[in-house]
Design a protein around this ligand. Structure first.
Ligand code: SF4
Length: 385
């Protein structure tokens, strides 16, 4: 089977972690070497099936993102095999953004240096918190000291584009602790920070602990104050907010995530990976055995797919576009859908502008600071009825 699409973003899902974090509902399995080998063999087969047997290299990829799970719980050897596969099956543009996610507890100087030498040029470290108590509440396997040392080792290895992921609104976390953590993070001089409010997901240990009264959730007001503190402290340190939860130095925005927020096509490979290709959304088998069985039978491991209706495409483009502080590009929107936003939703933009939740900046429609606090409600005004 040959794919014939023009996506320029590739996501590889690595479904292994050393241990499950207490808040996590992502697809990941405990790491073991034989499963990791099976997985890499599956990945090779999936690339073959996607591209045909001729090793056709059709589209230069402008972004590659190896995420998970914890990609860096794989050995350096297996990680290099994956990178070699990617380079063997795809053309990478000369200025490709090539990211790998890493847990600070699963990297060392040698691994980071090998990744950098192999062409990975962006490191996304799951720091999450700085206080040991909060790291324990989250069930992370690493300490803040390991985060600091991972950043230093990454700099030594030549990484000049480092993201640190952070979580706020964790049970037991105080505003003072969060502000101190933001300062500690700034001391590490990352090029990019993602700061997400904790979502208590069904089926996670943390949700159970909160539901049973063992842990007290953060008050809503504290969550708002923590979010505001992130904006103030990170922006004062030169990390401009460019998306609801993301901050970057000049020209260091995550280009891969911009593909998602601009609702463009991307290909996802690996168990549980999602793709969006030519108005079809699909996701792969989540279970490693199902994933490899399908591939061994010569079939793509797609477990679910859905055509994206134009109505949903429009809504998703608005919803995702408004997440960016630069806003939704109205000209691009009109080119893509053949109609202006005003033609599709007469009067709605004007009414949200009058309420102070949206503002027009040139050709872009953006959330105001007040609108950002109510982001989901504002975006849902555009939901198809
Ligand atoms: S390291 Fe990430 S993917 Fe793995 S269990 Fe923790 S939060 Fe989930």
């Amino acid at each position: 089977m040959l794919e014939n699409v023009g996506h320029s973003a590739l996501y590889i899902h690595v479904p292994f972690c050393v241990r499950k974090c207490r808040y996590c509902d992502f697809v990941s399995y405990p790491y073991n070497e034989s499963n990791a080998r099976l997985y890499v063999t599956g990945l090779r087969r999936e690339m073959e099936l996607r591209l045909g047997d001729k090793h056709e290299k059709r589209w230069p990829l402008s972004t590659v993102f190896i995420g998970g799970g914890t990609p860096t719980c794989l050995s350096t050897k297996l990680l290099l095999e994956i990178i070699t596969l990617i380079k063997g099956y795809y053309n990478l543009s000369s200025d490709v953004e090539f990211t790998i996610e890493a847990n600070p507890g699963t990297v060392d100087a040698g691994k980071l240096s090998s990744l950098r030498l192999a062409g990975v040029n962006r490191l996304s470290l799951g720091a999450q918190a700085c206080s040991e108590a909060t790291l324990r509440t989250l069930g992370r396997i690493h300490t803040h000291e390991q985060t600091v040392s991972a950043v230093w080792q990454a700099r030594e290895a030549g990484f000049d584009n480092i993201n640190l992921d952070l979580i706020f609104e964790v049970p037991g976390q105080t505003l003072t602790e969060w502000e101190r953590c933001l300062e500690q993070v700034i001391d590490l001089a990352p090029e990019h920070v993602s700061a997400y409010g904790l979502q208590l997901e069904e089926g996670t240990l943390l949700k159970e602990q909160v539901d049973s009264g063992l842990l007290q959730p953060c008050e809503e007001e504290d969550g708002i104050n923590m979010y505001q503190a992130a904006i103030n402290i990170l922006q004062s340190a030169g990390l401009e907010q460019y998306e609801i939860s993301n901050f970057a130095r000049l020209n260091k925005q995550c280009r891969h995530n911009l593909v998602y927020w601009q609702n463009e096509d991307y290909l996802g490979l690996g168990p549980a990976a999602h793709s969006r290709l030519r108005r079809v959304r699909m996701s792969n088998e989540t279970n490693l055995t199902d994933y490899t069985t399908r591939l061994n039978a010569g079939m793509l491991p797609v477990a679910w797919s859905e055509d994206i209706t134009q109505e949903n495409d429009i809504f998703e483009t608005i919803f995702l576009g408004l997440r960016m502080t630069g806003g939704l590009d109205l000209e691009r929107f009109k080119q893509r859908f053949g109609r202006s936003l005003n033609e599709i939703y007469p009067g709605l933009v004007e009414s949200l502008v009058n309420k102070g939740q949206l503002k027009l900046r040139g050709n872009h429609l953006c959330l105001t600071p007040a609108g950002m606090l109510l982001a989901n409600a504002v975006m849902c005004e555009f939901a198809p009825v």
